[in-house]
Ligand binder design. Structure first.
Ligand code: GUN
Length: 295
């Protein structure tokens, strides 16, 4: 069976068109949604994510406030900036790009962001609300994965899902969202990680595999059941002298072999990646609509 390649760019384009209309409606009322992006340091991957996020904002009419700080920025200066953005009525969403340089205290910074502007969904208040099933900003990559499943008619209800990876950004939240009692959840979820004893055995049971280990070839074809859906969250740079920039991007799964066995698979790039940014735009528009309703 040759898998259907899930086109994340197309799903993202459909959702962005819907969001553009919402932004236009807000503009008719004199409201421009605003997203502040904070990048500390010079990490090349983070820089390209931040640039892509800002460009996506501009494309749908969201005001993007760019805050790039040197790698040696102090904790105090970063906290002061977040406080300023918390109090700025033009700003509906605040995104501090992670990881931060080692000398900075990440959890203290995330705690400082006003939960009503936490469009990344990383503040413990939003994480807690998500876990107990209350309305909250959902973290962008997991929410993007759920949208990809939903919009490709891949059912989660009753499905065996294996998540590979337990990060706070992807593994833990996506597992939580999939066990919720709602139309994007109702799955039976196993979370595997670096201390899991028999990854292959777990993966072979899965109707849906979500690979978010951050390592190429974590999931190989012998670990995939015929007809399973495979969602690849990995974005790894591997050296490639044939490319002008000297590297190419690969995911966490053995794409070429798995696509002959699976029912669905996401490519890298062009699968989950475009959805992450789309869900950030979604949260920012929602935040602006909420702020407008309070006026
Ligand atoms: N670093 C990797 N992914 C993300 C993300 O979704 N949000 C932020 N803020 N940082 C990240």
């Amino acid at each position: 069976m040759a898998a259907k390649i899930i086109d994340g760019k197309q799903v993202a384009a459909d959702m962005r068109a819907e969001l553009k209309e919402k932004v236009a409606k807000l503009k008719d009322r004199g409201i421009v949604p605003g997203l502040a992006v904070v990048l500390v340091g010079e990490d090349p991957a983070s820089k390209s994510y931040v640039t892509a996020k800002e460009r996506a904002c501009e494309e749908i009419g969201i005001f993007s406030d760019d805050n790039r700080l040197p790698a040696d920025t102090s904790q105090e200066d970063l906290m002061t900036l977040v406080e300023k953005l918390n109090n700025d009525p033009k700003i509906n969403g605040i995104l501090v790009q992670l990881p931060l340089p080692k000398h900075l205290n990440e959890s203290e910074v995330l705690l400082k962001i006003n939960p009503d502007k936490d469009v990344d969904g990383f503040h413990p208040v939003n994480v807690g609300k998500m876990v107990v099933g209350e309305k909250a900003f959902l973290p962008c990559t997991p929410h993007g994965i759920l949208q990809l499943l939903k919009r490709n008619n891949i059912p989660t209800e009753g499905a065996e899902v294996v998540v590979v990876g337990r990060s706070n950004i992807v593994g833990k939240p996506v597992a939580n969202m999939l066990i919720q009692k709602n139309d994007m959840g109702n799955a039976t979820v196993t979370v595997c990680h670096t201390r899991t004893k028999n990854l292959k055995e777990h993966c072979l049971r899965a109707d849906i595999i979500i690979a978010a280990s951050g390592r190429p070839n974590t999931v190989t074809a012998d670990m995939v059941k015929n007809g399973a859906a495979v969602i690849d969250v990995g974005v790894n740079r591997v050296e490639d002298a044939t490319k002008k920039r000297g590297y190419r991007l690969v995911g966490d799964v053995e794409f070429d072999a798995i696509k002959e066995k699976a029912s669905y698979i996401t490519p890298v790039p062009g699968g989950v990646g475009p959805m992450t940014i789309t869900m950030l735009l979604f949260n920012t528009v929602e935040s602006a609509e909420k702020a407008a309703a309070k006026k």
